[in-house]
Each structure stands twice: as C-alpha cells, then as structure tokens.
Design a protein. Structure first.
Length: 573
C-alpha cells in the first residue's frame, strides 16, 4: 500500500506511512457512524415489543459506542491533519535534496519561477489533498465494501437497492476522470504562465520604465487575467458537472429502498424497523458518496502538481563513485557534447591542461569555450569521449569528491542576500574571519568594501543588488581565493573590471595559481599571452594549441583575434 501511494502521489515514505494511518482511521470513522443506527434499531425493536430488550445492555452499548467514536474521531483528526501536514515539510526537504544533485542542464531547461512554484505551491496543493481528500477517499471505498456485505446479509434486495446506485455514482466519477484531469491541467498551465508573467514584469521594471512599456505590459497582463478567469470557470465546470451527475445518481438509492422496501413490507418479508434501518443506511451512504465525489474531484485537481513533482524526481542526477584525486592534470579525449540532439557544441576535441601550468581557451563567441569549462567541472556530463583528472574519468567520479578540488568563477555571479563576509565565506564555510578578510584583500575587495557603512558586515541585498557588476565579480573571485582549490576555472572574470583592478586581480591570480591547474577564458588577449598553453577554439573544435609566439605563426584564427584586440584597444571614441 505504501509503495502504491508513493508512486501514485509522488510523496515521501514518511508521508505514505502517515497517509496509511489516516486511511485506516478514516475507514473506522465511516464504519463507526453506522453502529449507532444498529443499536438504535435494537432499542426501537425492544420498545415496540418486536423482540427482546435489555435497557442496561442498550445503555452500556450507547456509552461504549460514544467512547469508541470519540477515540476514533480523535485519532482520525491527529492522523489526518497532524501526520499528513508533516509531509509538506518532508516533501520539500526531499525535493531540495533532489535538486542539489541535479546537473546544470536541468536549470538551463527549467524555468526557475516554475521550480519555485513547484516547491511551494504544488507541495501546498498536495498537502491539502493529503489532509482533506485522500484519507476520506480511500476510507470510503474500504468501508463501503464492508458495509455492502452487511447490507446484503441483512436483506439482499434492499442491499442491492443501495449498492447499485452507489456503485454507478462511483463509476460515473471514474469515467469522468479524463475530462476532469484535462480541465484542471489546462488551468494549471495557465496559472504557471501567470506566475512567469508577473515575475517577468518585476524583473524588467527598469526596462519597462526606460522604454515606456508600462501601458503595453499593463494591457498584456489584463488580457491574460481575462483568459485565466475563463479557464478557471471552464476548469470548475469541468469538475462540478461530473460531480453533480454522480451525486444525483447516488440519490436514487433512497427511492429504490423505499420502493422495494414497501413491497417487502407488504409481503411480510421484513418489518417496518428493517425498512427504517435501510432508509437510515441509504441516507448515510448518500452523504458519504457526496463527500467521496468531492474528494475525487480534488484528487483530479492535484494531478498536474503530482506530475510536476514526479518529473522533478525522475530527472536523472549526476552520479559517480568515490574518487581520491592526487594529480590534477585535466585530459580530454574525443569529447563531444550537445545541448540539442542535432547540434554539437563540442565536436570531437582532445586537450590536456597540466598541473602547475596555466591554460587559456580563446575563440569567437559561441565556439564552445564556456561549455568546455563546464564539462571539466562536471556541471554537464559529456555525450561521448572522456575527460580525466589523475587518469580517472570524471563522469564516473562522485561530484562531491571532484568539487572539493575545484574553484569556479563564471561570468554570471550569484550572491546570497547576506553580508559581504557571508558571501565570501561560501568558498570555505569553516574559514575564520581573518581568512575571509585576506581573500577579500587578494581579490581587491577592500577598496569598495571599506566605503560601505559596515564594511565586510554590510548586507548587499538580493543577489548583490546594492553592488556594481565589478564589485559582485570581485566577491566571486574572493571565494575562489578562499577555497584555494587544486584546479581553478575562470570564465571572463575581468569582463566587469576596470584596467586598474584587472591588474590587481592578475597579480593575485599569479600567486593563487602557483602549482595549480589553471584554465582561463578571456577576450582580453593581453591577459593570456604569457600563459603556458593557449587553446584556440572554433565552431566547437580545437583549431590549434600552443604558446603565443607559435600561434601567431601557425593559427590564422588566433592572429585575427590578436589583431582585433589591438584595434579595439587603439580605437578612439
């Protein structure tokens, strides 16, 4: 049962255990509501002189049933709400654990607004169903099977009169499942687009005001809200109509019990008490079926959220074996990689970046430099060939073991909403304040941090919103200094720096990269002319590799880049 619930609703093992308990007590609750009817029939039968009657037994019976119902209702409340509400925390933790093991390719294919909605909104949607629908849904199905057997034993004809309309009502709900799911899925997608649209408006406030797009965007949002409202109405109707039809079918059981019950009464096969008992039972089951159809509707409503979480859990993670690296040469052999199936970004390239040396990747935009750097860091898994460190294929190496030896600084800098100190310390979480300050100094952070109100303890806003691009970049570089890893991968780190700060960073890098494997990407050709090896890339391939002087003679592409760089520096505006 637990495995079924885990697979069906994409919940955790703890959540499935809690749901099993909730279903059990929900079943007992449904059954317990029938026991007062049986005892009442016994009492009325005795009072009417239709059978034996013991007042003490009847009184004790009512007290025991009352105590039993209080216990069951209490346990039902605890398991239905307290236990299942815990699942929202468990499920979010499980999703977070999954996300941290996903490859970078997942984030390039996934809208981050959509991902945050999955973690918050979708989990909340499932949480509500766990507490308000699923226990009652399964509890009714189980209890109805038990009650049906008892009804048939008491009177086959009257039992069938209740069972058939109820079964048809349940069947009508199941038959409408596809239409209900389709209606809710369409509305779900529109809601997601709504979140993306509003996030887009917030992110682009500067551009909207600068280019006077306010009226256009306002009209776009209002039109979308109208479309969303229509889809919401269609979604509600797509669920309300099937539920109303199914509920109406279940009401037939009361009429059938009355019709066949009177015939049985006239024939002398039952007494009036039996008829009253079955009428009570029919009315109680009709109420339960009405609730069941509503539960079913909510289960259909959560289907898109369940599928979204399932797709997140099913996305392949980067896996590997425990690996101990001692040498840090990076060697690629016949490496191929594609973001899209029909277009290779890295096309059958081989290279070697040696420990204790600096290697530069150069080439025109879009030639695959950054992608190759990310493949070295195992942020993506390559499609063919191999990339080895210490002659061990990184594709089969555990990510944590590899990352412990790598420092990465890319063009896109991501900072947390904390202090400068907090952001630098990400490079080494157990670093002392003195170590953090030293890393900041090496990355030339002092000149702007000392101007901040609280220095290194100044909060810098969401993703460093209170800092300039160059200042954010220097904090990112400080992290690399603090980590002091064996392999350093740098992608256009000087892009947001002025000439003076670039010189400071270059001097610091010369110290940092001593006896390490340094791979750097830069469009500023002067900054890479003295490296040990330059790899010239073009259209996903390596055109030539060697030192600066060699490439000037042997590589037309490199010679062209050097000339373009010279002209750019000499250009006067």
């Amino acid at each position: 049962m637990k495995n079924y619930l885990i697979n069906k609703y994409s919940i955790t093992e703890k959540g499935a255990s809690g749901l099993c308990k909730a279903i059990f007590f929900s079943t007992l609750k449904s059954l317990s509501f029938m026991t007062p009817i049986i005892l009442m029939m016994y009492a009325i039968q005795g009072l009417m002189g239709l059978g034996k009657f013991d007042f003490k037994i009847c009184l004790i019976g009512f007290l025991l049933i009352a105590l039993l119902m209080v216990f069951i209702l209490n346990r039902d409340y605890i398991t239905t709400y307290n236990e299942t509400y815990k699942e929202s925390a468990n499920l979010r933790i499980e999703i977070a654990d999954r996300i941290k093991d996903l490859p970078l390719s997942f984030y390039t294919k996934t809208n981050l607004t959509d991902l945050s909605q999955t973690i918050m909104k979708d989990v909340e949607t499932i949480e509500h169903a766990l507490s308000h629908a699923l226990p009652g849904y399964y509890g009714f199905l189980i209890s109805f099977l038990i009650i049906s057997i008892l009804l048939l034993i008491g009177s086959p004809i009257l039992g069938i009169s209740i069972i058939i309309p109820t079964a048809l009502s349940i069947g009508a709900s199941f038959l409408s499942a596809k239409n209900q799911s389709k209606a809710t899925s369409t509305y779900y997608k529109k809601q997601r687009r709504s979140s993306e649209l509003f996030q887009e408006i917030i992110d682009l406030q500067k551009e909207i005001r600068e280019y006077k797009l306010r009226d256009k965007k306002e009209k776009e949002i209002l039109n979308f809200i109208k479309v969303l409202e229509k889809e919401h109405i269609k979604s509600e109707l797509g669920q309300v109509i099937p539920i109303a039809i199914a509920t109406s079918i279940s009401n037939l059981s009361l009429g059938l019990v009355m019709f066949f019950g009177l015939r049985e009464l006239i024939s002398g096969n039952i007494n009036v008490l039996y008829l009253a008992g079955y009428l009570f039972a029919a009315a109680r089951i009709i109420d339960s079926v009405t609730a069941f159809n509503q539960y079913f509707g909510e289960i259909m409503y959560i289907n898109p959220a369940v599928e979204k979480i399932r797709s997140l859990k099913d996305f392949p993670i980067i896996e590997g074996e425990e690996t101990n690296f001692k040498n840090f040469d990076i060697e690629g052999e016949n490496v191929e990689f594609s973001y899209l199936k029909d277009k290779k970004v890295i096309d059958n390239i081989s290279f070697k970046a040696r420990e204790g040396e600096s290697t530069a990747l150069v080439g025109p935009s879009g030639c695959g430099k950054t992608t190759l750097l990310r493949l070295m860091a195992k942020l993506y898994d390559y499609d063919k060939g191999s990339i080895k460190i210490d002659k061990k294929d990184i594709k089969t190496s555990r990510t944590e073991d590899l990352f412990s030896h790598i420092s990465m600084v890319f063009q896109d800098v991501l900072l947390i909403d904390g202090t400068v100190m907090d952001n630098i310390r990400i490079g080494k979480m157990d670093a002392s304040d003195e170590e953090v300050l030293k890393a900041g100094r090496l990355a030339s952070c002092d000149d702007f941090v000392n101007k901040l109100k609280d220095g290194y303890n100044t909060k810098i806003g969401e993703n460093g919103s209170k800092l300039s691009g160059g200042e954010r970049q220097r904090i990112s570089i400080a992290r690399a200094f603090l980590k002091d890893a064996d392999i350093i991968l740098l992608d256009e780190i000087a892009a947001n720096l002025d000439v003076e700060n670039e010189k400071y960073i270059q001097d610091s890098l010369n110290k940092l990269s001593k006896d390490k494997t340094l791979v750097i990407i830069s469009h500023r050709m002067k900054s890479i002319q003295n490296v040990d090896q330059i790899i010239v890339m073009k259209d996903g391939r390596i055109e030539k590799s060697g030192k600066h002087e060699e490439l000037l003679k042997e590589s037309s592409a490199y010679k062209k880049m050097i000339e373009s760089s010279r002209l750019s520096e000499e250009f006067v505006y």
